[in-house]
Design a protein around this ligand. Structure first.
Ligand code: NAD
Length: 282
C-alpha cells in the first residue's frame, strides 16, 4: 500500500499552532521581504508568503526593487532592516538579477534575522554540525514531513538529487546529522538510476519533469518530490507519479507535498527568530 505524505495537511496543523502561539504576544513577529526584478514565479511565492503571514497574525511587507537595482542599493536596504529593532526576519527573494553578487547580498543579513538560513554564518554552522539561528525552510520542511510519518533515517541510504544551496546541499547535511548515508546526485552524476535503485529514500530536487521513472525505484522506496515544474498540464514534480507511486511505501504529491511545508517552515522560523530576539535583547 502506498501512503501519501500529505504536506498540505501537516502544514495546516503547524500553522494553526503558530497562530495560537503568536496570539499570546502583544506585539507581532515582523517579516521583511526584499525582491528585485519581476520574476513571475517569485511574485507568486511572495504573495503566498505574505498571505500566510497575515493569516497567522504576523506583520510583513515587501520592498520591491527594480531589475536594474545596484548591489549597493540592495545592501543599503538590508543594513536598514538589520538596524530596525521591529524587524525580526529578513528574506531576500531568489533568484536575484544576474549582475548582483547573490552571496554578498545574503551575507549582509544579520544572522539572527536570517530567516532562510542562507548566510555563510548560518550555513557554516549547519555544515559544522551546529545549530544555526534558522534552518533552510525546504529541507527543514522535508525532515518534518518524514518525522511526522515516523520514517526513520538512521542508517538508511538516501539519494538527494540536486545540489543547490537552497535545497540539496543543506538537506544532505541535515540528513547526515540524522545518521542517514547520503548520496548527493547532480547533473553530472553517472548512473543516477543505479544510485536510486540502491536507495531506501529518494529526494528529488532537479526540476526535470519525469526524471524519476518506475524503473529507477525499487519496491517500498520512500519518495519525496521537491520539484515544481510548470507544464502545460499544470504543476508537476520530477517524478512520473502515476507509474512510480504504486512501488513506493510513501510518496509526496505535487502540489500538496513539500511546497506547503516550505511556507509553514518560513512562518515557524519567523516566530522562532521573534522569540529569540526577545530573549536576546530584553
Ligand atoms: P537549481 O536549478 O538551483 O538546482 C537544480 C539541481 O538539480 C542542480 O544541482 C543540478 O545539478 C541538478 N540536476 C539538474 N538536472 C539533473 C539531472 N538530469 N540529473 C540529476 N541532477 C540534475 O534548483 P533548486 O532551486 O534547487 O530547485 C530545484 C527544484 O525544486 C525546482 O523545480 C524548484 O522549483 C523546486 N523547489 C521547490 C521548493 C518547494 O518548496 N517545493 C523549494 C525550492 C525549490
Amino acid at each position: 500500500m502506498t501512503i501519501i505524505l500529505n504536506g498540505k495537511e501537516l502544514a495546516l496543523k503547524i500553522t494553526d499552532d503558530i497562530k495560537i502561539s503568536t496570539a499570546e504576544y502583544s506585539d507581532k513577529p515582523k517579516l521583511a521581504v526584499i525582491s528585485a526584478g519581476e520574476n513571475p514565479a517569485s511574485l507568486i511565492y511572495i504573495k503566498n508568503k505574505q498571505k500566510k503571514a497575515s493569516e497567522l497574525g504576523f506583520e510583513s511587507f515587501v520592498i520591491n526593487l527594480p531589475n536594474n537595482v545596484s548591489e549597493d542599493n540592495l545592501l543599503e536596504n538590508i543594513f536598514i532592516l538589520n538596524e530596525d529593532k521591529n524587524i525580526n526576519a529578513i528574506l531576500v527573494q531568489l533568484p536575484l538579477p544576474e549582475h548582483i553578487n547573490k552571496q554578498r547580498v545574503l551575507d549582509a543579513i544579520e544572522p539572527v534575522k536570517d530567516v532562510d538560513g542562507f548566510t555563510s554564518f548560518n550555513f557554516g554552522r549547519l555544515a559544522l554540525g551546529y545549530k544555526p539561528y534558522a534552518y533552510p525552510c525546504t529541507p527543514k520542511g522535508i525532515l518534518r514531513l518524514l518525522t511526522e510519518y515516523n520514517i526513520n533515517l538512521e542508517g538508511k541510504n538516501v539519494t538527494v538529487i540536486g545540489r543547490s544551496n537552497i535545497v540539496g546541499k543543506p538537506l544532505s547535511l541535515m540528513l547526515q546529522m540524522k545518521n542517514a548515508t547520503v548520496t548527493l546526485a547532480h547533473s553530472k552524476t553517472q548512473n543516477l538510476k543505479e544510485h536510486c535503485l540502491n536507495s531506501d529514500i529518494i529526494i528529488s530536487a532537479a526540476g526535470v519533469e519525469n526524471l524519476i521513472r518506475a524503473d529507477f525505484v525499487r519496491d517500498n522506496t520512500v519518495l519525496v518530490d521537491v520539484a515544481i515544474n510548470r507544464t502545460s498540464s499544470g504543476l508537476k514534480g520530477d517524478v512520473d507519479f502515476i507509474n512510480v507511486s504504486p512501488k513506493c511505501s510513501y510518496i509526496t504529491p505535487v502540489p500538496g507535498g513539500v511546497g506547503p511545508m516550505t511556507i509553514a517552515m518560513l512562518m515557524e522560523n519567523t516566530l522562532e527568530l521573534f522569540k529569540l530576539q526577545k530573549s536576546l535583547f530584553l
